[in-house]
Design a protein around this ligand. Structure first.
Ligand code: PHE
Length: 378
């Protein structure tokens, strides 16, 4: 019997090998055969059959050697057969490992086609590049308009103390906006130094800015604000504002109206008309509510169809935002001298502006993440 593989079926005593050298030669011959067979491996499934055939747990060539040669050998020979067995089994394992590596590399260069692998030459999944959310787009547009007349951006925390959100803005304790109904208070440990809340407007950043800077101050403050409103088409528990604040030694009501007018015309177009109505905010005096002629009916109050314009309810005007000259009492909280400085402030609802500009009638659309909506504003 000359074939080395047939010899694996024999008992050790039938092999005619007894010296370590003879035993080693037997294993060498086996390894030579394994290398020869490995040369024709060209894919993962052939490699797996090779592995099972040579070093698999059951009925493999090496398991037969273990059963037939090792077990039947005389105790004094078992030791050297055992050590050759382990080394040569290790060599075959190395062949398997290196073939595996080679196959992986080959697959990368020339991927198999079919269900078992990937075809790297196919076009990939195209992930469309996203765009800015409409709120962000409108925000940037507003920022650009104010940048063009010398304002810069500052930001402040969304979690505030009642001092910044109310007190320093001249909103005394009994004022209705301090009702729990309107404000989210944080649930804190009893040991917390004081209450905290989610800011209900961006105005606290007026105080934070004036605490840090001396006049002239000319800033806008974009950000999220929170109110305990029930959600509907025009209310959301979170929305966006841009606060504006300009304080200097000689700022007049004219500067104020001129600035607002400039902004509105840049944003809505030259043809819009603007108006102020007296209003009330504890931190501005005088306070105004700023209106723009209805962008849907051109200020006529009549819809294109002939009926009453639904957007302005026939009035021809749309309420845009609150503003006013900074109340001198506020300066007292930031150590500005009210005799030397004056200024104006405004609070623009970004969501509201976006809704007016693009004819969106539900504020909830901004936060529902419906791509069919978002895609309309690339
Ligand atoms: N903070 C006010 C609000 O949210 C708006 C405002 C800002 C009014 C600045 C006047 C001046 O309603």
């Amino acid at each position: 019997m000359s074939d080395i593989l047939d010899k694996t079926d024999l008992r050790f005593s039938e092999l005619g090998a007894s010296s370590p050298l003879e035993i080693k030669l037997l294993f060498e011959e086996l390894l030579g055969r394994a290398k020869e067979e490995a040369r024709s491996i060209s894919g993962p499934s052939e490699l797996e059959s090779f592995r099972v055939r040579w070093i698999g747990r059951k009925n493999s060539i090496f398991s037969k050697i273990q059963d037939n040669w090792l077990v039947s050998a005389a105790p004094d020979q078992r030791r050297s057969i055992g050590s050759f067995f382990n080394s040569y089994k290790g060599f075959v394992q190395q062949i398997v490992d290196s073939c595996e590596g080679a196959i992986e590399v080959l697959e990368m260069k020339d991927p198999p086609r079919g269900k078992s692998g990937f075809d790297l030459s196919l076009p990939g999944v195209i992930r469309p590049i996203g765009t800015h959310h409409l709120i962000r787009q409108v925000l940037q547009e507003i920022e650009d308009i104010f940048f063009s007349i010398g304002f810069s951006v500052v930001e402040g925390p969304e979690i505030e103390t009642p001092y910044y959100n109310f007190e320093a803005l001249n909103i005394p304790e009994f004022h209705p906006v301090r009702d729990d109904m309107d404000t989210f208070y944080l649930e804190l440990l009893k040991s917390a130094p004081g209450p905290l809340l989610l800011r209900t407007h961006t105005s606290p950043v007026q105080i934070r800015t004036m605490e840090k800077r001396q006049p002239p101050v000319r800033v806008i403050v974009p950000g999220k604000v929170y109110r305990r409103d029930n959600p509907d088409a025009t209310h959301s528990f979170m929305f966006h504002q841009i606060e504006g604040l300009a304080v200097d030694s000689d700022i007049t009501f004219c500067d104020f109206t001129g600035t607002i007018d400039y902004f509105v015309r840049r944003f809505f177009g030259e043809s819009v008309k603007t108006r102020f109505r007296p209003s009330y905010f504890p931190f501005t005096e005088p306070s105004v509510e700023f209106d723009v002629s209805c962008v849907f009916c051109g200020g006529s109050g009549t819809a294109k169809s002939g009926g009453t314009c639904g957007k302005c309810k026939g009035s021809g005007w749309i309420e845009l935002f609150g503003a006013g000259m900074v109340d001198p009492a506020v300066y007292g909280f930031v150590n500005y001298d009210p005799k030397k400085v004056s200024g104006f402030a405004f609070g623009i609802g970004i969501d509201r502006l976006a809704m007016l500009r693009y004819g969106i009638d539900d504020i909830q659309a901004f936060s529902q993440n419906d791509v069919r909506f978002l895609k309309q504003f690339p």
